[in-house]
Design a protein around this ligand. Sequence first.
Ligand code: ADP
Length: 610
Amino acid sequence: MSDKNDIIYKNPSWLQRNVKMIYILALLLTIPSWVWLSWITLNEQAQEDLQEQVYDDLSLFADSLNSELEKYRFIPKMLMLDASLVHQVINDTSPAEINQTNQHLQHIRQTTNADEVFIINAKGTTIASTKLNNIGNRYLHSPFYNTARAGGSGGFFTLGLHAGIRGYYFSEPLFDPDTDEVVGVIVVKVNMARLERGWLNKATPMLITDEYGVVIASSTPSWLFTARAPLTAFQKQQIRASSKYPTVSFPVLQTQLHKSTPYGQIVSLPKPGFKRVLEVTQTIADLNWTIYGHGNLIAAKQSVYQGVAISSLLWALLLSLAYVVTQRRLQLLETLHRREINQNRLQQAKDQLETRVAERTQALKSSNDELKQTQQELIHAAKLATLGQLATSVTHEINQPLTAILASAENAEQWLEKAQTNKALDKIIQIKSLALKMGLITSHLKTFGRKTDDKNEWVCPQVAVNNALALLQPRITQERVETVIEDMSTIEVMANDVRLEQVFINLFTNALDAMQGRDCKRLTMHFTNNVHNDLKQVTIYVTDTGVGIDSEHLHHLFDPFFSTKDVGVGLGLGLTISYSIIKTMGGELSAQNSSDGAAFVIQLQARELC
Ligand code: ADP
């Protein structure tokens, strides 16, 4: 049953209801965008990294190439100062001297690690060389010869006209010291293959093109002397004029351009495994060459894929974490809310309970008060009933002295008329004694009949016993009942004196009733002292020689309205009331059968008088 004050749980909020859906939607919507974004960013980054890496390689290579070539550039510059060589060119020397010069040049070649060192005379013919088969060859159209012949420093790449070997030729003029005329040319040749050696372990292809776009060096030998683009007629004419190469028709290197990016061009190379490479170029301005380096995009893509996978996973994890944290937080809020509600409910229930308990306590108190009141009235009523019962015998008891008083008063009157004052005085003394006797009887009645509260105090039980016996004395005498009463004047019990007297009257009356018609009529009272729960107690036994109590009735004696007496004689309330009176004194009243009749046992808190 729900109380109208019930506290209801709050409905879950929109967020609480939809947090899971939001999480799934966020996953579905953001993951593709995140993948795409990661892909773009990481791909861009990968290309940039690749470009940097390739560019670094190219720079390193360009630097080493330059420094290598620079090393050789100075050799002819030194040799041009060698007087013996100049002498050799100027004077037509003997074969022995030429041989000596050849050896000198050979020594220089070995020392400098050059490919070839040779001397050309003013007519363009080799007169001395480290390679004997080059002696006699003519270089009249070679640019390196012509430049030096003209007095300048020559540096020129060419495919060797006679040997067919790629080489870079450094040349310097040999001056006649007398005339300052150019009388010959000293040439130092460096083999290009030497310069390519550093590329051999490169995973991705590298190549160098000259000013015409012809591949003059490559990590892939088959690409040598191919062209990146078909040569123009002008370029071909220039090549012919310079005798740079023996031919002007070069096959085109079959590369395919896919895309131009800020980091280089994405091309495919005519080599297996290099379908998509990032091509980065760098020019060597001094030589008018271009170096091409390549970065493998497929390998870079692998790391991009991994990066995208990891970043997407991290994003999903982040979303999941946010979901878990949000859900935990919402659950916590829900728990707190429920706890608060439950506490309020508990408090409400407690308040209601307290109110109910207070109400019940109040009701119980009122009904207790009422009960107490009723009990008091009942006890008083019972007492009045007892008084009523006593009235007959008391009246009889009073009538006797009253009649005697009347007779004595008449006698006294007669004696006074006869002026016999002494005799009259005797009668008056008799009257006084009778009146005192009557007063004693009525005083007992008065004491017993007075209304009392239920306050207990230390009282002597003997007083109550005496009063009860006094009130019942006419009946005791009339029915010739023997009374054996142990004196209890030395003890005091916690009781209400009037109530205690009421109990004794009740017990004595019942005993007298039970002994009616019995041969032996003895009312006995004795007591014992004992200690119960650290408290001194007195146990008072009231026994008779009556009919005793039927064992079936023993359990019902103290029930209200239980009586075995005739209707109108017994009400069945005497023992009930006596029981409750003794209870209010903190004592116990019980019944049992003795050897002669019935025995009623009263236990009361007691103290002994000193
Ligand atoms: P009432 O005296 O009006 O019957 P009581 O409550 O005083 O009511 O007594 C209840 C019953 O207990 C009596 O009717 C009687 O049967 C039994 N009873 C009481 N005292 C004695 C006694 N001393 N001996 C035998 N029976 C007794």
